[in-house]
Design a protein around this ligand. Sequence first.
Ligand code: IVH
Length: 695
Amino acid sequence: MPDHDPAKRAVALRKELQHHAHLYYTLDAPQIPDAEYDKLFQELQAIEAAHPDLVTPDSPTQRVIGAVLEGLAPVRHAVPMLSIHTETDTTPAGAEKFDARVRKALALADDAPPLAYHAELKFDGLAINLRYERGELVQAATRGDGETGEDVTHTVRMIATVPKRLRGAAALAAAVIDVRGEVFMRRDDFEALNERQRKLIEGGAKGEKTFVNPRNAAAGVVRQLDAGKAAKRPLSFFAYALGEVVGWDVPGTQHALAAAFRRMGLPVNDDSRVEHGAEGLIRFHREIAAKRDALPFDIDGVVYKLDDRAQQEQLGFKSREPRWAVAHKYPAQEQTTRLVDIDVQVGRTGKLTPVAKLQPVFVGGTTVSNATLHNQDEIDRKDVRIGDTVIVRRAGDVIPEVVGSIIEKRPPDAQPFDLYQRLGGKCPVCGSEITREEGEVDWRCSGGLFCPAQRKQAILHFAGRRAMDVEGLGDKLVDQLVDAGIVRTLPELYKLGVANLAALERMADKSAQNLVDGLEKSKQTTLARFLYALGIRHVGETTAKDLARHFGQLDRVLGASEPQLLEVSDVGPIVAHSIHTFFAQPHNREIVEQLRACGITWKEDDGTADNAPKPLLGQTFVLTGTLPTLSRDEAKDRIEAAGGKVSGSVSKKTSVVVAGAEAGSKLDKATELGITVIDEAALLALLPEPPAVPT
Ligand code: IVH
């Protein structure tokens, strides 16, 4: 219970804030989300505002916290690195308040024209000062406490996009240009890094850890003492401000500064722009909010800066924060809440997923009461226990997950969770034994299609858009069909009639007819779709297409030995074994035969498998943005039919990026890596005529 005596509470808050600041800044291992820290900080600010006599010089509200880590040399900033005032009102009113404050401070009349602001993203990384002398990068330093930071030149030099030498005569002539900006880690780079770290830990490597979020990973990498290690952990950088400048004419506006940075070869984010008045700022805040989750990196808000430097100077600073800039936050994507219990869900392939039951919490724009815990290993690694206060993350469309526990808040009766023990070794849905294969992290229900949970999901997968594409069959209906015992096997779907469907609760004749029509229509398909629809473990869409192309006929796939399966491009031993085992089960054969007997057909190849021309063999494509005529699926199908591969992300292995309207970060990455970028017209020119039957 918080103390009601403001003096005592202020002391407690300061102690707590200092502790968390140490964990965050010095150890890069925060135990509470930023939003929680902000809450405590604001509570202290409010107490100090109401009782100015309680303010102490060492209060976290009075100085920039942070400390120099042993091992990195201290660097005194020629011009202190400041912070910006944070507007925590995440509604448009936040922008209005700032604009009103600035107009008042400039003593503008009510009818004076709207002010020009430079609106930028607030990158969630760490602030860095890059010191350029005569255009050469001579030093990179962290912010530290604002006065003194740490020398991180060795790691920052490893960042590919940070120029070692600036471009342009003016920059090369300047005695000093301190460029300030944010070092951060892209989300895809973060995932890849954590994946590598997990493998190292599994392999028994000592002293390795995974990171809770990209910001902490970036901070960890920048302050890494071993530059070689840092080089393997890709960081990114955006420039946004200046420190000391000697011998260079500083541009008169923030937007001209951004342009000058670009000309010097410094990376500047493309989303920043000039906006006018509160109205313009609100528009920017809203637009960026809409694309926040699609950005390749984390942001926690936007920053508004008065564009004109003369006006900035007129406003000056208030307690170490510029009056001419503000950070306007977005709702946090991480929150803390209590883990009430852990449930276990059964997936399509029998995979048992532990799911956290949470005290409902508002995070990432919605109320979350369930979040995935992935598997037992993750629970153990994160040391999450029932009763713990946990950090929940929900970003965009990604399913919410439990990031970790706050150990300090652990109640004495918190219960460790052991999936096997909890379930008594039995599937919670069908009671079959649960198993975990050597080297696997997941426990599975061994019930197969006997298990209603697996059956439901197998049916949904079978009917899915990229599988048999049965229109009118959603999850509610599948629940009903399976629970009522009407559909037990896939072929039974095709025996459904309007009469027995219409008898179901909430089922109108029309929807019954729609489903029957949808089922009928789905019978005309392709071998690849059919193979994918069967839901064989490790056989995704691409493998299904490879199999169809290689064997041409279903019977050849059914009869293939493991060595023969291994001849298919990209089929390795695990996949080959899985396919072979699947078709070796008499009940699976039976299902396949029954489905064929229901009238499911496709055009079988005459024996030479796929003999269409393969001009794109060996090339990997990435699609980004909206193409003028082809849908994503069509473009993917056409490229694959021509022998090419389609991947979701740009890497050094990408051959060509096909970009349409509003192409985003993938295009940036392609440009960065020097990969060929083409438009739809150029893609069509590479493709042979489309086949008469869909592939
Ligand atoms: S400008 C005098 N611009 O936010 C203003 N800061 O509390 C100097 N940040 O430490 C900062 N994106 O790490 C500025 N576009 C942006 C930013 C930004 C992120 C961070 C930076 C700074 C903190 C301010």
